[in-house]
Design a binder for this molecule. Structure first.
Ligand SMILES: O=c1ccn([C@@H]2O[C@H](COP(=O)(O)OP(=O)(O)O[C@H]3O[C@H](CO)[C@@H](O)[C@H](O)[C@H]3O)[C@@H](O)[C@H]2O)c(=O)[nH]1
Length: 450
């Protein structure tokens, strides 16, 4: 018999999207965009209880050599599947040999389900964690159904561009936005699709799949896919006040700047870890913030644009002096909780979405890829806590569109009202008796049983 307080092995990643999660574990981010990105996979060894000094981060190699392109998805997937299972097996064996507390439970990101094939041999409890919305995972797990119904071919390509629903109550989604179809080149999409199919099979080893969502937020999805257990919102860094999992240094002074702004006045602008703008779009956004005429806090992350430098429009800094603040990275959760924040212009990454929900903040949605389109639908069509920014015919979100949507959003208190109602629901869900609280406890109890 193993006891619950024996050593547990938990595979973790930074909060990031699906396959990219797996790849960022494998050190995929480009050195230019992530100055301190790891070159090896990260596994978290957690002993006895959840205590910061009892967490041991270790790495295993991703199989790519120095100089090999970690932005090449095909190369990364091939190397990951070829090399990482062996390294993981050795790590687990060595850990078990060295410690009298044997590993009894293994939790990994659902997008690196190959790791379950390794851990399953050890006869431990297996649990998967999904960091994005549950609807996207349900779609990925429905690939056989999508093929059977003729929505996609055997190779994952959508037969038609159309809106579909997995079941009548589920949110509508575009076939153009399937997670495996968003890379822009057919070779990568084929490899990612095959990886997803293989990943789905390996995921069957997991006894439970928990996800960073809330039952009340995606109820139809949990009816359609009852094997996915929502335990969110999971917010990083709230508990210890220390950063876990981010690679860029935070500019903490921006909260002092926020203290000086009137309540409900600041437009917060941030696009997570992956979004890349071309120079024209970057300048249009700057112009939009300037003509919107409100205070703004804009996160211009290293690598946010595809240019050598982030070239701002001529005279921009002078024009927004005093009311506009740009930072490389900020403490986003603190920012969103600040009373000066009026709205959030966001790429709708799921973590940003959940953080906005938890703080009752209205959104302007500007999705970039994959699950972010479904997140936009939740925000603008289903929860109605925000508006979608519409690109023009050339695919650019114009400065006028930004100005007019900021005005429309902030002129209507109903957006804030609905966002506050979601905040209350999210807060209840993680308290005793709340849906996520109870789900999480059942998950822990199930994983303890031997
Ligand atoms: O200045 C900043 C900007 C962001 N963040 C944090 O960074 C995270 C960003 O996460 P998210 O909003 O999910 O965006 P991405 O990093 O782009 O996330 C990837 O992974 C998500 C799932 O984990 C997917 O939903 C997204 O589509 C995918 O791009 C959040 O926790 C933010 O609080 C900061 O701390 N400071």
């Amino acid at each position: 018999m193993h006891s619950c307080c024996r050593t547990r092995l938990k595979a973790m990643s930074s909060p990031s999207w699906s396959l990219r999660t797996a790849l960022s574990i494998a050190g995929s981010r480009s050195p230019s965009s992530t100055p301190s990105s790891p070159t090896n996979a990260s596994l978290l060894l957690c002993r006895r209880s959840w205590n910061a000094d009892q967490i041991h981060l270790v790495t295993i190699p991703d199989g790519l050599g120095p100089g090999e392109d970690r932005n090449d998805f095909v190369l990364q997937i091939e190397a990951m599947l070829k090399f990482m299972p062996g390294f993981l097996e050795t790590l687990i064996e060595d850990t078990n040999k060295e410690s009298e507390n044997k590993i009894t439970c293994f939790i990994a990101d659902a997008s690196i389900a190959w790791s379950f094939e390794v851990a399953e041999k050890m006869g431990v409890r297996l649990g998967a964690f999904w960091p994005a919305n549950a609807g996207t995972l349900a779609t990925m797990l429905s690939i056989p159904k999508l093929i059977k119904e003729g929505i996609i071919g055997e190779d994952g390509t959508a037969k038609r561009r159309e809106m579909i629903k997995l079941s009548p109550g589920m949110p509508a989604m575009s076939t153009a936005h399937f997670a495996w179809n968003c890379f822009g080149d057919s070779k990568t999409e084929e490899v990612v699709f095959n990886y997803t199919v293989r990943n789905n099979q390996a995921l069957e080893f997991a006894e439970h799949i928990i996800c960073n969502s809330i039952y009340e937020l995606e109820q139809p999805v949990f009816t359609y896919a009852p094997n996915i257990l929502p335990v969110g919102p999971l917010l990083t860094g709230q508990r210890s006040g220390k950063l876990i999992g981010h690679f860029w240094p935070e500019d903490a002074t921006c909260t002092t700047w926020l203290d000086q702004q009137p309540a409900n006045s600041v437009v917060y602008v941030a696009f997570g870890s992956f979004t890349i703008f071309n120079q024209r779009q970057f300048q249009e956004l700057a112009d939009g913030l300037e003509i919107a005429g409100r205070p703004f806090l804009w996160v211009v992350r290293p690598g946010l644009t595809d240019g050598e430098t982030d070239a701002l429009p001529h005279g921009f800094r002078d024009k927004v002096e005093g009311r506009g603040r740009m930072v490389g990275w900020c403490p986003q959760q603190k920012v969103l909780a600040h009373p000066s924040i009026a709205c959030f212009i966001s790429h709708c990454g799921w973590n940003s979405t959940m953080e906005g929900v938890r703080n009752g903040v209205p959104f302007l949605c500007w999705p970039y890829f994959a699950d972010q389109f479904l997140n936009q639908s939740y925000i603008s069509d289903i929860w109605r806590t925000g508006l979608a920014l519409a690109p023009d015919d050339s695919g650019i979100v114009s400065s006028k569109e930004i100005k007019s949507k900021v005005e429309e959003l902030l002129a209507n208190d109903e957006f804030r009202g609905r966002a506050m109602a979601l905040k209350e629901m999210a807060n209840k869900s993680v308290k005793k008796g709340g849906s996520s609280f109870e789900n999480f406890n059942s998950f822990v109890d199930a994983m303890k049983e031997f």
